[in-house]
Design a binder for this molecule. Structure first.
Ligand code: ZN
Length: 289
């Protein structure tokens, strides 16, 4: 099942894609895709019981509405650093012995086709295509063999990063990972039954039409089941928590010399089975978001 949220920012409604790729209005069946409807079982019930004929009976959404972020009111947005060996190498970092964790501010989450802002004075804004997932069933000390059953859905995340803020300004990476619009997620929440092997899907990024990242989740250092288990040893994972799992090689920082985004650039990115995103970059203005 491919769920999505459509409508103007802050007023999105839940929808589902039908067999022909049209959006059907799901607001009569669920309030929203958010931590509360994951926690109370509404999402799991809907995902496991909604039939094709029920979808076909739902109202078709007319026109081409904006697609919003695939989740609302995310409380915890966790990211994994350097989870592809060649990406660690291209950024002159050591290949990690344990997963590197950092946080992205949930307030940076935007829709998959919304503009991405270049922060004031930034000359090192960079792209990162990533596979992300949302926790459906929370827990602590989750065993690796049970870990994937805690995942409610997969989706694309562009872990937009300001490398100067991230690497040159002291302390943790968080500074470079949280600017408004630095977390496009979606377009769809894809339920795990739709993906034959999540550790064998292709992911790619194009900047102004040039393919710069082209890889597979096969080459992750720490697979998703390990990440869920690992995270749950350090924090309570809760329904609605989002985890983005690291980027493969081909980011701007990895080019010699590095290449960064400027206003007007276009990023197009995709993951097999999870759809595509597309963002245009533009200069931040104080009233822009
Ligand atoms: Zn990343």
């Amino acid at each position: 099942m491919k769920f999505l949220r459509y409508g103007q920012p802050g007023a999105e409604k839940p929808g589902v894609l039908d067999a022909d790729g049209r959006i059907r209005d799901l607001s009569a069946r669920i309030r929203d895709f958010a931590p509360d409807t994951l926690a109370d079982g509404s999402f799991a019930r809907l995902a496991s019981t909604l039939t094709a004929s029920e979808i076909a009976a739902l109202p078709v959404v007319s026109g081409e509405p904006r697609i919003g972020p695939c989740l609302s009111r995310v409380a915890n947005f966790i990211a994994i650093g350097l989870n592809y060996a060649e990406h660690a190498t291209e950024t002159d970092a050591e290949i990690p012995e344990e997963p590197i964790l950092f946080n992205k501010a949930p307030s940076c989450i935007t829709g998959p086709y919304d503009d991405v802002f270049i922060p004031p004075g930034s000359d090192k804004t960079d792209w990162e295509v990533e596979l992300a997932f949302v926790i459906g069933k929370g827990g602590t000390f989750i065993e690796e063999k049970d870990a994937l059953s805690h995942v409610a859905a997969y989706f694309i995340c562009n872990d937009v990063s300001e490398r100067g803020y991230q690497l040159d300004r002291g302390g943790q990476w968080v500074k470079g990972k949280c600017f408004p619009s630095f977390g496009p997620i979606g377009p769809w929440l894809v339920t795990p039954d739709e993906i034959a092997d999540i550790q064998n899907v292709r992911l790619w990024m194009e900047v102004n039409g040039e393919r710069v990242q082209n890889s597979s989740t096969k080459t992750m250092i720490f697979p998703i089941a390990h990440l869920v288990s690992y995270l749950s040893r350090f924090m309570i994972l809760e329904p609605g928590d989002v985890v983005t799992t690291g980027t493969p090689p081909g980011v701007g920082l990895g080019f010699k010399p590095p290449r960064y985004l400027k206003a007007g650039d276009v990023m197009r990115l995709g993951i097999d089975g999870l759809g595509e995103q597309k963002q245009t970059t533009r200069a931040w203005a104080a009233n822009a978001a």
